[in-house]
Each structure stands twice: as C-alpha cells, then as structure tokens.
Ligand binder design. Structure first.
Ligand code: ADP
Length: 156
C-alpha cells in the first residue's frame, strides 16, 4: 500500500518551519500532499493561489518530486481522503501545539479513521506565520525565515 500523507495548514505565509516538515515527511512517505486550507471566514493575509505557486516553485527547486500542493476549503480529513491519504501530518513546536493538535487528531481518528503523524520542529520551532508577518510589517528583512519564492511574494 502506498503511504500518502496530507500536511494541512493555513500557510499564511509558508515558512522555513513548514518547509522543514515537508522535507522530513517526503523522506518518510511515498507521497506528501501539502493542503493549503482556505476558510472564507478567516482573514487571508496573502493570496492563496500565489502562495500555492510559491510553495510549488520551492518544492520543484528542491527536487521534492513526491510532493504536491493543493488548495481546499472544508474539513481536512475529507480533503485528505480525496487524495487517498492514509495519514495526516502536523508539525509540533511545543507543548501548546501538542495540546491543540491532540484534540484535532483524536477527532480525525474517531470520526474519519485517519491517524496523525507529528514531526518535531526542532530549532525552527520559534518560527510562526504571524511572527514573519509582524517582522515584515515592521520593516525587518524576512528572507532568513521563509523560502525565496515566499519572500518575493511578501515583498509585493
Ligand atoms: P494551522 O492554522 O492549521 O495551525 P499553520 O500554517 O499555522 O496552520 O501550521 C500548519 C502546521 O505546521 C501545524 O501543524 C503547525 O503546528 C505546524 N508548524 C507551524 N510552524 C511550524 C514550525 N516553525 N516548525 C514546525 N511546524 C510548524
């Protein structure tokens, strides 16, 4: 059976922390789908289609040819099943992430029969999308914290 992982997130924006999780997952799974969650009620900071393109360019340049990117709205587990994913992927930065993720993971297991695999953030655990936006909005260079194609988007 093919091992297909679905890595969901807002990725608003996609950071080097997210990228690190994708790289780790690509080594462990036959295929990884990066799902950019789009929720019409949640304010979007960066255009989702442009973010999708930036992530695609990044994975192409890194030669991660078992990774693809999709945009979706609605329930993550339902979207994951459309891709025949058998596991959900999430990144853990700290105990707060763990508490939050465990609740969602349990729901997905109980209701949809989909287990969750966590990858450690390690030394990139301090990075978050909101930190990157704060830095960028206050004139701090964000190129060390996001992939180049995402930095280009944030310069607009
Ligand atoms: P969400 O709104 O679904 O939490 P995010 O885009 O903030 O979306 O995060 C997506 C996933 O990536 C989550 O599992 C989150 O814990 C993880 N993540 C976020 N930042 C990092 C990081 N710096 N290192 C590792 N994982 C991260």
């Amino acid at each position: 059976m093919e091992k297909i992982g679905f890595y969901a997130g807002s990725f608003d924006p996609f950071t080097n922390g997210h990228l690190q999780i994708v790289i780790k997952a690509a080594k462990c799974f036959d295929k990884v789908i990066v799902g950019i969650a789009y929720n019409s009620e949640k304010e979007v900071r960066i255009d989702k289609n442009e973010m999708k393109n930036a992530i695609e360019q990044t994975i192409l340049e890194l030669g991660l040819n078992n990774v693809e990117v999709t945009l979706y709205s609605g329930l993550t587990a339902i979207e994951a099943k459309k891709f025949n994913a058998n596991i959900l992927i999430r990144g853990l930065r700290n105990g707060t992430d763990y508490q939050y993720e465990e609740n969602i993971a349990e729901n997905n297991e109980q209701i949809f029969g989909l287990d969750t695999c966590y990858f450690r953030a390690g030394n990139l655990g301090y990075l978050s999308s909101s930190l990157v936006m704060d830095l960028r909005n206050n004139g701090v260079d964000i190129t060390p914290y996001v992939p180049k194609h995402v930095a280009d988007l944030l310069k607009k």
